[in-house]
Design a protein around this ligand. Structure first.
Ligand code: UD1
Length: 416
């Protein structure tokens, strides 16, 4: 298994180009199942999760081709209706195939994903939504079977604005009969990107990005070409890499308007972030002050940035407080950061971080995607060598992170 070894202490300087958004690309890959015509996606990051989703699509009958520009997708008219456990267990986003399969083929069978490192992650909100559209849902032998002769649009009100459930239901509703209204929908930029893609295919979707999404079902959709939005979490991670090393970097292919809650907090602590014509300038040379962070659905502070900001606060004088409201077990990075000398106390879903002068390099273990990024950031500032194992988690969500950081001057290498 690959490892990443970092010798900390170098200030980052230079330019980095942000990749396309993994979390925007995944549902759009799935949405290509809604037509038999060819779809082309560009600005797709070459990441493990993206290739896993391609395997899921191939397993249900799509043809996927990789080109230098991106990926092309063509779904076959007689798709198989099953997303197998071997694939679903490695990536939960596979459950998104339910929406398109159900509405196109009248049936879908998907392995129940089970829990994961950061929480139980049930799919009840997805399933309740499909029931409202008229589907029969049965759970048998670890699989959820959904059946519906046809889906009929209706009003669906989510108890919680789940990102995945919003995407899944949107994809079913675009080909359902009549009008679907999703209330308390998730408002993430990735939802807007999916809606933009669906509209290019010929769907009638309005309100994406607000809490109420309205969809008028159409009879059929068409192929199209789409450029995926930049990855806001990768962008945020590089901003923190600059801040934690006291460096100054330029970030290209990024959307600052997708990161308001993070930028507010980083400005508050003393990181200067400026939008220039075609890049973002991050000046992390100032002294920083502690923060109070509470994760919330978008436009609140993203849970996917909690771990990385915690690394920054580990070396910021004063006490910072982190409240995690989205996932019940998303403090796996805490014990690893403690191994590097961080002073962190935990009480339920709240972490108290007392900034220390120095972290010290140590062998640590990546436990989930964003926790791994937090360890890389801590390694960039720690004294001595940080040796991170199990970095397959990191490879799920960050394209060539060690190459990008090395270009910015970090002493970092991957050991095969
Ligand atoms: C997506 C992102 C993930 C991010 C998360 C929250 C992708 C591929 N992943 O995950 O990076 O951390 O949004 O911003 O886009 N829940 C239920 N029942 C459901 C669905 C969700 O109880 O049916 C709960 C989950 O257990 C979790 C919370 O709702 O506690 C948020 O989940 P959700 O918004 O659905 O996140 P994902 O789409 O899984």
């Amino acid at each position: 298994m690959d490892r990443i070894v970092i010798t900390g202490g170098r200030k980052l300087k230079g330019e980095v180009i942000i990749s396309g958004s993994k979390n925007a690309a995944l549902p759009i890959q799935v949405a290509t199942l809604l037509t038999d015509e060819r779809c082309l996606l560009t600005n797709v990051p070459r990441l493990r999760d993206i290739y896993t989703m391609n395997e899921v699509l191939k397993a249900i009958g799509s043809e996927v081709k990789e080109t230098t520009a991106g990926f092309s997708f063509q779904s076959k008219p007689k798709q198989k209706k099953v997303a197998p456990y071997e694939l679903v267990k490695t990536m939960r986003a596979s459950v998104l195939v339910v929406g398109p399969l159900l509405v196109r083929l009248g049936e879908a069978k998907v392995a129940l994903p089970g829990g994961c490192a950061i929480g139980q992650r049930p799919i009840n909100i997805h399933l309740d939504g499909f029931k409202k559209l008229g589907a029969k849902v049965e759970i048998k032998e670890g699989y959820v079977h959904l059946k519906a002769k046809k889906l009929i649009g209706t009003k669906i009100t989510f108890g919680f604005p789940s990102v995945g459930a919003t995407e899944n239901l949107m994809m079913a509703a675009v080909l359902s009969e009549g009008r679907t209204i999703i209330e308390n929908a998730a408002r993430e930029p990735e939802i807007v990107d999916l809606a933009d893609f669906l509209v290019k295919m010929g769907a009638q979707v309005s309100g994406a990005g607000s809490g109420v999404i309205k969809i008028n079902g159409v009879k059929e959709l068409h192929g199209c070409e789409h450029r995926v939005i930049p990855d806001r979490i990768e962008t945020g991670t590089f901003i923190i890499a600059s801040a934690i090393t006291g460096g100054e970097i330029k970030i290209r292919n990024a959307r600052l308007d997708h990161l308001d809650a993070l930028i507010d907090k980083l400005n508050q602590t003393g990181v200067k972030i400026e939008k220039k014509e075609d890049y973002i300038l991050v000046d992390g040379t100032s002294k920083l002050s502690p923060l109070e962070i509470e994760t919330m659905p978008y436009p609140g502070f993203p849970t996917d940035m909690q771990a990385q900001v915690m690394s920054l606060m580990c070396v910021t004088p004063g006490t910072s407080i982190f409240t995690e409201n989205i996932f019940e077990n998303r403090f796996m990075h805490v014990s690893e950061l403690q191994r590097m000398g961080a002073e962190i106390g935990l009480k339920g879903n709240v972490a108290f971080v007392k900034g220390v002068k120095n972290l010290s390099g140590a062998p640590v273990m990546a436990t989930d995607l964003r926790a791994s990024a937090a360890l890389v950031l801590a390694g960039l500032v720690a004294k001595g060598e940080t040796d991170i194992s199990r970095i397959y988690h990191l490879d799920r969500g960050y394209e060539q992170i060690e190459v990008k950081l090395a270009k910015l001057g970090a002493k970092i290498k991957r050991i095969k």
